[in-house]
Design a protein around this ligand. Sequence first.
Ligand code: PMV
Length: 368
Amino acid sequence: MNNKNNKILYSAKSKGPINIALIKYWGKENENLITPLNNSISLTLDMNNFYTETNIEILLNNDKNNQKDIINLSINDIPSKITPRIIQVINKFKELKQDMQNDFYIFNIKSKNTFPIASGCASSASSMSSLVICLNKALQTHLSNTILSRIARLGSGSACRSIFGGIVEWEKEGNENSCAHQLYDENYWKLNVMLIIVNQKEKEISSSNGMKLSKETSDFLSYRINNIVPKHIKEIKESFIEKNFEKLGKIIMKDSNNFHSVCRDTFPTINYLTEESEFIIKIVDEINKNEKKIICAYTFDAGANGFIIFEENNKEKIENYFDKIIFNKNNENIKEEWIINLINKKNKEGKFINKVLFNLGKGPEIIE
Ligand code: PMV
């Protein structure tokens, strides 16, 4: 019997957010369980512009000649390879749903990213967090966010943080129970994030492969894990309690620098940053120098795009600086010499593509 006239047993639609790590996760303690070598802290971003939308339909596979689960996945309407991690996530839900255990199913999953193709922002965190809450809704498993975070972790480490909104921590302890938790909700501190999308170089080494190589070859990594991260976690938590942006900004930049030094110390070396990334760092340094205090901070994940963090009350000022310096906007009659110098320095070919502004967000949502 074929599946053509088979009826849809379960369905749901959801969307999931990206997150940006302030204290970076880099290195797995256990490759299969995807448990981290160090704690990490991130901001979950709103879904006004960037998110992954997931649509799931689940049918019974009643083809007697092909008794197995079948997963059909398309990403942005293009059929996509099913990774062992996706299978692991689906199997977890089957394990938890008693009445599904004796049958085989067809999972039709359509995933759509709203990110511009050139942004290089294909985020496993938004897609996995969206997938997990979508399955939870479709299958009516009513799992807590803690359990959903554990399952999302099996899909992609950083995805376990995208299950929660606001400011989120993923602690290294926990083994198979390893999961993230919310430190503060999205309203606790009005922080904004400006993503500066730059021209990407040829495909970089994936975060999974990069962190594996760092664990094998970088002498700096163990120093980072044992000495730097615990200090940064302690200080960043103090900065949250005090709502002290100077302190927060400094740790964000230091942790990004430290993470990228580990990448450079990896053999063969890894360099996620480009000329454009270095220029973004320079702009942030100059803004802070001229404002005589830290009002914005940069951070870079495993890619060249820059994430600039600041308090909402400085949004206009910072957006304006970046518009003038790299997007050639409002740049008539500039008096400040440091801005003129930066504009002159800017690579005239203009490899900066776009900027996207975010507030902190609430976490994934069910649409249907
Ligand atoms: O979980 P992954 O494989 O997407 O790795 C994420 C690694 C970083 O983005 C560089 C850091 C982080 O904590 O998100």
